[in-house]
Ligand binder design. Structure first.
Ligand code: ADP
Ligand code: MG
Length: 633
């Protein structure tokens, strides 16, 4: 079936679909909608995040309920406040031409009496989190005894979160003859149990392979010593100046800590987890959506269902306990036809998990090395050069030009360029020039790509090439492109690292002449492709392992607990150092006030693009740049 008309939806809904710009139904919609419209049946639908499940149950529900009645007829349970609001808002959009429709969202952290009032006004559909729903039932604030349709959305996640009893309790207040539609990305035992217990002969539909990840996401893993995890994260961010990412941690505590550290180190980061108030979470999500936050550090639960397109990287700071969860994480990127990268930082003891994940997602990981300091320096410099090149001239500067010109009267262009870039660039350079190698060698012979150990080879040439993601390349495509153009063998091009507007790759030294000769006069899609030998070798070889341990500048010095407050000037340490939960909360509260105060001097200016303010190291206290105003949550 190929159009919404053919699915049997009514005019009001089709009208809204046109407004929304949905051209054709997604697979889960094509399968579920006709089925649900036709008869009152129970349904189990398995489809991963981002496949359009909301509309798959939303349209049939909107069509089937009696809008002229003010009785609550549809109940949708979903695991988090964010999802609850997201679903309620979607439903309102879908039903914008259904006159008299009232969809009410019920969730914790907001006024219960407001919500009760909205229900009383005649909510035909309630979208609720289980906790608040149960609460309102016990206070007689809702009547769900006439429900005809109930939806368990993200059922696996609700069960993960321990809502089994709440759900059971809630459903016991609904009539037996209602239809139940269960939507889930995965089908663990617990979901099967729920289906068996609460549903009558459900029809099952599966979209795609259960748990399989989308094809436009590539998967990479980075092996590091556990104590270098945070440094590795920073390098991955620094090596991708245009990163817009979700970073997953296992616990709320780690989430908060990593976000705080990143903010302290000058990154535009924010934390999203269940210990934050509703208001704080809304603010974080808003900043993330407007790109004021470039790195959103989140727990699995809090990030579930977040619908933000254009996420370039998902970083698994820690792998999830349940490896199935990896699919949800990586599904945050590579949406809306874009490509994305899912990176995993692992320590040696976790490499086994990579193999298990590969089996689940049916894709291979590429083992990559944490970029060396010099690699990052080069990336940052080229990114800066690109940005300067693409900057539109601001003529407000004209009136000051005379004095600036005077200052540089004796400086030739070359020197001026050098000076200009040095001004921006020295921080990175100074920080990284003596940095140690974070890569850990895996036990022999387990490397991908034919067992080549790139790290040790000093016989490679590393190249810079001026095409990148924005030219439609990811590492696989660029590798294929190079192999094809240069007529090279399977393993001749390696260590391909694609950035936004440029990339790096390696070949054996013997091939250098051929590569450079080929690209002296080569056009791709009407543009000259320029390839140069890169100054750094990628990994320099030698001196790996633990040399310089405890001395390297980006080495973690504090040791215990993996905390990283080592090099902060005293006055900037926060009270949360003690790690005590209560204290952390109160420190956050006081930080809220601070960020409110700060928001004044920030004005409306976005600071997402001021990457120059990012300080690779918290102890670069010699830096006299203004600190980027911090945003807590
Ligand atoms: P899921 O619940 O499966 O994670 P959602 O229902 O949240 O997915 O949908 C993901 C996004 O896709 C939403 O922004 C939604 O508006 C959009 N979407 C849903 N159906 C379609 C469609 N048929 N065509 C285009 N976009 C759609
Ligand atoms: Mg959903």
């Amino acid at each position: 079936m190929s159009t919404f008309q053919e699915l049997g939806l009514n005019e009001d809904l089709l009208h809204a679909i046109t407004d929304l710009g949905f051209e054709k139904p997604s697979e889960v919609q094509a399968k579920a909608i006709p089925l649900l419209l036709e008869e009152d049946k129970d349904l189990v639908a398995l489809a991963q995040t981002g496949t359009g499940k909301t509309a798959a149950f939303g349209f049939p529900m909107l069509q089937k309920i009696d809008i002229d009645s003010r009785t609550t007829q549809g109940l949708i349970l979903s695991p988090t406040r964010e999802l609850c609001l997201q679903i309620a808002n979607e439903l309102k959009l879908y039903g914008k031409y259904c006159k008299g429709l009232n969809v009410t969202a019920i969730y914790g952290g907001a006024s219960i009496s407001d919500q009760a009032r909205s229900v009383k006004r005649g909510a035909q559909i309630i979208v609720a989190t289980p906790g608040r729903m149960k609460d309102m039932i016990s206070r007689n604030m809702v009547d769900i005894s006439k429900i005809q349709y109930s939806v368990l959305d993200e059922a696996d996640e609700m069960l993960n979160m321990g809502f089994y009893e709440d759900i059971t309790d809630i459903l016991s207040h609904t009539p037996d003859d209602k239809s139940t539609w269960l939507f889930s990305a995965t089908m663990p035992k617990e979901v099967a149990t729920i289906a068996k217990k609460f549903m009558y002969d459900p029809t099952e539909i599966t979209v795609g392979n259960k748990n399989e990840s989308t094809s436009n996401v590539s998967h990479e893993y980075y092996l590091v010593n556990a104590r270098d995890r945070y440094q590795a994260l920073k390098r991955l961010a620094d090596a991708n100046p245009d990163i817009f990412s979700v970073i997953f941690c296992r616990t709320k505590r780690d989430t908060q800590k990593v976000a705080e550290n990143l903010i302290e180190d000058g990154y535009s980061a924010g934390a999203l987890h269940g210990d934050l108030s509703q208001n704080q979470r809304d603010i974080v999500m808003k900043s993330f959506r407007n790109r004021q936050i470039q790195m959103l550090v989140a727990t699995d639960v809090a990030a579930r269902g977040i619908d933000v397109d254009d996420i370039t990287h998902v970083i698994n700071y820690q792998l999830p306990d349940e490896i199935e969860t990896y699919t949800h994480r990586s599904g945050r990127t590579g949406r809306a036809g874009k490509t994305g990268v899912s990176m995993v930082i692992v320590s040696k003891s976790e490499t086994r998990k990579i193999k298990s994940i590969e089996r689940i997602i049916k894709k291979q990981f590429e083992k990559k090395e944490i970029p060396s300091g010099m690699e990052i320096v080069e990336v940052q410099l080229m990114s800066l050069a690109n940005k300067v090149h693409e900057t539109e001239t601001n003529h407000e500067i004209d009136k000051h030009l005379e004095s600036i010109n005077e200052l540089f009267a004796d400086t030739d262009k070359e020197t001026l360029i050098k000076k200009f870039f040095s001004a921006e660039f020295n921080r990175f350079f100074n920080y990284y020039q003596k940095s140690k190698d974070l890569t850990v060698s895996e036990s022999r012979g387990s490397d991908r790509e034919g067992g080549r150990d790139y790290g040790k080879s000093s016989n490679d040439t590393r190249y810079f090439i001026n095409v990148g993601r924005k030219d439609g390349f990811d590492w696989m495509k660029l590798k294929d492109f190079l192999k094809e153009q240069l007529e090279l063998g399977r393993d001749d091009v390696f260590k391909v690292d694609v950035k936004e507007s440029f990339s790096f790759f390696n070949t054996e030294k013997e091939l250098q002449e051929k590569v450079l000769a080929f690209f002296t006069d080569f056009k791709h899609e009407g543009r000259f492709v320029n390839v140069e030998v890169s100054e750094n070798k990628g990994r320099s070889g030698g001196g790996r392992r633990d040399r310089g341990r405890g001395r390297g500048r980006d080495d973690r010095r504090s040791g215990g607990g993996g905390r990283r407050r080592d090099s902060k000037p005293r006055g900037e340490r926060r009270s949360s150092d003690s790690g005590n939960r209560t204290e952390r909360r109160s420190s956050r509260r006081s930080d809220d006030n601070k960020s409110e105060r700060r928001s004044n001097d920030r004005g409306d200016k976005k600071y997402n693009d001021s990457r120059g303010d990012r300080r690779p190291e918290s102890s670069s206290s010699g830096s006299d740049r203004p600190r980027r105003s911090r945003r807590r949550d």
